[in-house]
Design a protein around this ligand. Structure first.
Ligand code: DGJ
Length: 729
């Protein structure tokens, strides 16, 4: 039983295999948060709460003159603005009379078998009904206008608890939601570190760990996408938590638009975590009888450090978030045309690349940007999804057939949400782009954003895409998005609804991805947003892999993929071997290093294979057969961050271990060569201590490999790397 209800005392305890989460509706009907952490006796943890008469902290009217009862200091399950709690809150509502203060009180609760889903939004699912339960706790505002239904999905064996909030307006008048976050948790005591993942285009998800100090520390995005700049994933850990020990909590937002995630250390030394849609550009009008559902937030707890926390998210996202044919089947090794030829190709050029690709064992050829409309650079053409047969020298069907004749699958690039001003679509429907009347829009990469909140716009693009997809055999689609959103205004919505545009845009994106997957169930869709600008758990529901970064430099990728690994599985990270000197950094790295790094993701190549030497082609053949041999170990095994590439000097190491611990793969990249330098060792993890393992034909006990470590081979050239396969005897 995952959810234990003490109906008399209104204590609700949610248990997973290793964690426990608890709340209690107190004597005034305030829903208090009483525990999140290690699993234990489902005893009423409200004994932890202390009450004091705190100056300038008001008392709710129903508490009469109980001066020690104040929402300003009590741990809350869902905090509301204007309730006498002056910390950042999770809900702010504007009533028809203009008031914004609201207080929430418990009404009822309901337990349901299975995990809830959210209409039109991504959500973690559970295939086994009896392994998942849903608790719905209903609160009502004291002015009796609306219900707040708090949804909790408890998946015992995944060690994941999810949250979503459903607001139901039962008054006869509209109300406005100015802020409705998905998650609010108050930690009564403890001092914490906050781990965030910041970045920029071509350098996404750098891991940052800082002590949570008094005040609010927050990250977020107001770019209309989850963004390259901050990822909607947050870890809170004890100050002394390491990869392998200590308490930590992960909070992941399953949403691809604006978000906010914050940690507030208040002046009574309590910590509040909030996560949800960023309120800056969100104002939602809830008509009488209407409901609004917030996107899902997923939470996990680990008592054994960051590694275990990541493993929880990896497994849940791989098996219970990603969907479709490619969730658990091997993804084809691909060659993408972008860095090889950019816009400069003909059908013949692509076929020549495909021939060499097929000869090397590559399985899928992807034609990136430049195949449609007037598109020989990034100035024009977006929105005109009509095959440029003149450039290709044939129809798409013919090109795809010839590629298939070579034994390859065929893939194609789209950027459905954007439009070039120099396009037939924009000339015909200028009002289909997001633009503010009387204001010139901000351009980015010369392009504007289509109003995906409008169904007619989506339907038009969808039909165009289907025409293309139906005209040829296409097994893969790359869905790109190459700018941040600005000029948020829809020509289709009245003034009082303009604050809904960005959220409706995201719902429109999801709607279209869902329709695409329904119509083409075997299509492998890779998400992309100028690299990793929309690398989030929301997208993973529709696209099991996402292009991790436009930075393909193997050494830079170490940091990017390391940071990404905290919240996302390697199977979700698109990673390619590209040419040297690298297009972004000018750095040269051995081709084996590029492959070892790219293999720790969804593997592919992205270079002009026609310019490769015979020796390099032979190397690629070997790499591909190695990749196939290690596929299960890498994609379904557990991933271990042995070193931190931002800190380590000599070698950066990581490891994969099979679920039964019978096999492991140690990957090591030499970051610097030191003449007459000291030796280097690394300690393995996740092996069976008393089992014997074979490393290059020599036997070692598992505990020796883990406690004492293993010497790393001496690198003879800069950035040389090693893959060491370890098997249990
Ligand atoms: C940005 C993507 O990240 C690249 O891989 C490539 O597809 C370009 N867009 C094409 O314009």
């Amino acid at each position: 039983m995952a959810i234990i209800l003490d109906n008399e005392n209104k204590v609700f305890t949610l248990q997973t295999d290793h964690s426990m989460y608890q709340m209690k509706a107190d004597r005034y009907g305030v829903l208090l948060h009483t525990w999140f952490g290690k699993k234990g006796t489902p005893f009423d943890h409200s004994y932890l709460i202390t009450y004091a008469d705190r100056g300038f902290s008001g008392n709710p009217y129903d508490a009469e003159n109980e001066r020690t009862y104040s929402l300003d200091a009590l741990p809350q399950e869902y905090s509301s603005f204007g309730s006498g709690d002056y910390r950042a809150s999770s809900l702010k509502v504007r009533y028809p009379d203009g008031a914004s203060s609201c207080e929430l009180r418990y009404v009822k609760h309901e337990l349901c078998q299975g995990k809830y889903s959210i209409p039109g939004l991504p959500a973690i699912y559970h295939t086994s009904e009896n392994k998942a339960e849903t608790l719905i706790v209903t609160l009502e505002d004291t002015r009796k206008h609306f219900y707040v239904h708090l949804y909790y999905g408890v998946m015992e064996d995944l060690d994941i608890i999810t949250r979503s909030v459903r607001i139901e307006n039962h008054s006869g008048q509209p109300i406005w939601l100015d802020n409705i976050l998905s998650l609010c948790i108050d930690f009564l005591h403890g001092t914490y570190d906050m781990h965030t993942f910041y970045g920029r285009h071509t350098m996404e998800r750098n891991h940052q760990r800082t002590a949570v100090h008094h005040g609010i520390q927050s990250i977020g995005s107001t770019r209309g996408m989850s963004s390259h700049h901050y990822n909607p994933f947050l870890i809170l850990s004890d100050a002394n938590t390491t990869e392998t020990s200590g308490d930590c909590y992960g909070f992941s937002f399953l949403y691809s638009g604006d978000f906010i995630a914050s940690a507030e250390f208040d002046t009574y030394n309590q910590t509040r975590i909030l996560m949800g849609i960023h309120p800056d550009n969100f104002h939602y009008c809830l008509e009488p009888g209407a409901v609004f559902c917030s996107p899902e937030a997923a939470m996990a707890y680990s008592e054994n450090g960051l590694e275990q926390l990541s493993h929880i998210f990896h497994k849940a996202y791989r098996n219970n978030l990603c969907r479709g044919k490619y969730k658990n089947t091997r993804r084809p090794v691909l060659l993408n045309s972008w860095e090889g030829v950019y816009f400069d190709f003909t059908g013949e050029k692509l076929l020549n690349m495909a021939k060499d690709a097929a000869d090397m064992g590559i399985e899928l050829f992807v034609m990136d940007d430049g195949w449609f409309g007037k598109r020989d650079n990034d100035v024009s053409g977006l929105g005109d999804w009509i095959v440029n047969e003149k450039k290709l020298g044939c129809t798409l069907g013919e090109l795809s057939d010839r590629i298939h004749e070579l034994g390859l699958q065929f893939g194609i690039w789209f950027e459905p949400e954007c439009v070039s001003e120099d396009s037939e679509l924009y000339r015909t429907h200028p009002d289909w782009a997001l633009k503010i009347p009387g204001k010139s829009p901000t351009r980015s990469r010369y392009q504007l954003v289509l109003d995906f909140s409008r169904e007619e716009v989506r339907t038009y693009i969808f039909n165009q895409m289907c025409q293309v997809l139906d005209s040829a055999r296409v097994e893969y689609l790359k869905w790109d998005f190459n700018r941040s959103i600005s000029d948020v205004y829809s020509a289709d919505l009245p003034p009082e609804r303009q604050g809904e545009v960005l959220h409706r845009f995201v719902l429109g994106l999801y709607d279209m991805l869902e329709k695409l997957s329904e119509r083409y169930p075997d299509l492998l869709i890779e998400g992309c947003c100028g690299g990793g600008g929309r690398f989030d758990a929301g997208m993973l529901y529709y696209t099991p892999q996402i292009w991790t970064s436009d930075n393909t430099d193997a050494i830079e990728r170490l940091t990017i993929q390391y940071g990404t690994s905290f919240g996302y599985p390697v199977s979700s990270m698109g990673a390619h071997v590209s040419q040297c000197p690298n297009e972004q950094t000018g750095r040269c790295t051995p081709i084996n290093t590029r492959a070892i790094v790219a293999m720790s993701g969804s593997f592919g190549y992205e270079l002009d294979v026609n310019h490769m030497s015979a020796e390099e082609k032979e190397t690629v053949r070997r790499q591909i057969s190695l990749f196939k041999a290690y596929y299960d170990l890498i994609q379904y095994g557990e991933y271990y961050r042995l070193t931190d590439p931002q800190k380590t000097k000599d070698y950066h190491c990581w490891q994969f271990t099979s679920p039964d611990k019978g096999e492991a793969l140690l990957c090591a990249v030499a970051l610097q060569i030191r003449p007459n330098g000291p030796g280097c060792w690394t300690k393995l993890r996740g092996l069976i201590p008393d089992a014997i393992y074979l490393v290059n034909g020599t036997e070692y006990p598992g505990d020796a490999l883990m406690h004492a470590g293993i010497p790393l081979p001496k690198a003879k050239e800069e950035y040389e790397s090693f893959q060491i396969h370890i098997t249990k005897k």
